[in-house]
Design a protein around this ligand. Structure first.
Ligand code: BGC
Length: 382
């Protein structure tokens, strides 16, 4: 891949300090956002890659195809940066075979049973792209759409605004849905994602982000020794097809209990029907704060590097997926093979199959209302 065009579109802050005591003048230029060409789709559509850097040296690269987070460099306890998300070195990888690495997901994150639901007495048939079920927005979900991008840098933060208009009938969904997603990289080492959407017809919406994390560095090993806390007393058990049964079940006394920091691998191979159905963890937890306001949902620690990731969200649920379908067939960034459970996802969301579960929090959006969702991935060390 060659980058013919490389343009600095916003230089952020130019801070000049000094001269002190008639001495040295220090010039810093942070935060910054840069754009470069990242290749073309099969149809010849050009894709851009944006590099956002904060004043701590944390860097995130996001492309206009799928709104995909291509890389995310964060420091370990010694300040050494590593890329903590799985993905590919170039666009071709993402076009060829992408199990949603880094992608924005919509209109509906997670599964809808048989791709079917009824709204105002009308029944809708969505694309069935996961056996008989609908998964992550269908055959060509938001993860495979090209988003319009615009830098939105402020004094302390650097951001990228992405917009996409999903037409009435796309993948079977009713209504024209206008979607805005803003990724902000703050100087507190947070990647903040603000989602918004409006519709011209009653519809359903459940947006999320599908980065696969490995806090030791993408491609360095599996994630089983990461320690995880989920701020949830209950989860939504599933059937064999990973569709919730409708029950909100207590995690107490089960391998689903992450109320205290526990290594991901500690119980993953236990004899347990839910782990058998998920081939490991692939479930939605019911967040104790109930959604609506920004609250801590999850905390993950990688003991060797000391990297910590916290997830805050306004959503009522979070899907914890332990990368069970990674089987070594994907060669990712830097030629590293992504073997079984080399990455995990924490997808803040409404519960799976909500359109068919009236007692789950509603995912219906009406004209005149605004869908909003905020999720923050915050990085630190200990
Ligand atoms: C789902 C998994 C699915 C994966 C696709 C996750 O969000 O929960 O079941 O296989 O996405 O990569």
């Amino acid at each position: 891949m060659t980058f013919s065009r490389r343009s600095v579109i916003a230089l952020g802050l130019i801070i000049s300090i000094g001269p002190l005591w008639g001495g040295i003048t220090k010039t810093e230029a942070k935060p910054t956002i840069e754009r470069q060409a990242f290749g073309k789709t099969a149809d010849g559509a050009p894709i851009d890659l944006y590099t956002l850097t904060n004043d701590k040296g944390v860097e995130v690269r996001i492309m206009t195809y799928g709104g995909i987070v291509v890389s995310l460099q964060v420091p370990d306890r010694d300040g050494k940066l590593a890329d903590v998300v799985l993905g590919y070195d170039n666009l071709e990888g993402y076009l060829r075979d992408n199990p949603y690495f880094g992608a924005l997901i919509g209109r509906y994150g997670n599964r809808i049973a048989e791709g079917r639901f009824t709204l105002n007495g009308t029944s809708y048939q969505l694309a069935q792209n996961n056996g008989e079920n609908h998964l992550h927005g269908g055959v060509v979900g938001f993860d495979k759409r090209i988003w319009k991008a615009k830098g939105v840098t402020s004094k302390d933060d650097v951001g990228l605004q992405l917009t996409y208009l999903s037409h009435d009938g796309e993948e079977g969904y009713p209504g024209n849905l206008s979607v805005t997603v803003v990724y902000m990289l703050t100087n507190n080492n947070e990647l903040r994602i603000d989602y918004a959407a409006i519709t011209d017809m009653d519809t359903i919406v459940n947006l999320t982000q599908h980065s696969y994390f490995n806090l030791a560095g993408a491609g360095t090993g599996n994630i089983l020794s990461h320690e995880l806390m989920l701020n949830a007393d209950r989860f939504t058990p599933v059937d064999k097809g990973l569709i919730p049964t409708g029950e909100l079940r207590s995690v107490r006394g089960t391998p689903m209990d992450f109320t205290k920091l526990t290594s991901i691998g500690a119980r993953i191979d236990q004899q347990d029907e839910q782990l058998r159905f998920g081939l490991g963890y692939d479930h939605n937890w019911v967040l104790s704060n109930g959604g609506g306001k920004l609250a801590l949902a999850a905390r993950v620690i990688e003991p060797i590097s000391g990297r910590v990731m916290e997830v805050y969200t306004t959503e009522p649920g979070i899907q914890f997926y332990s990368g069970n379908f990674l089987d070594g067939s994907i060669v990712g960034k830097g030629g590293e093979v992504y073997a079984h459970r080399y990455g995990f996802c924490l997808e803040a969301q409404h519960f799976p199959d909500s359109p068919n579960k009236p007692h789950f929090p509603s995912v219906v959006l009406h004209p005149g209302e605004k869908y909003r969702q905020t999720t923050i991935y915050k990085f630190s060390t200990e």
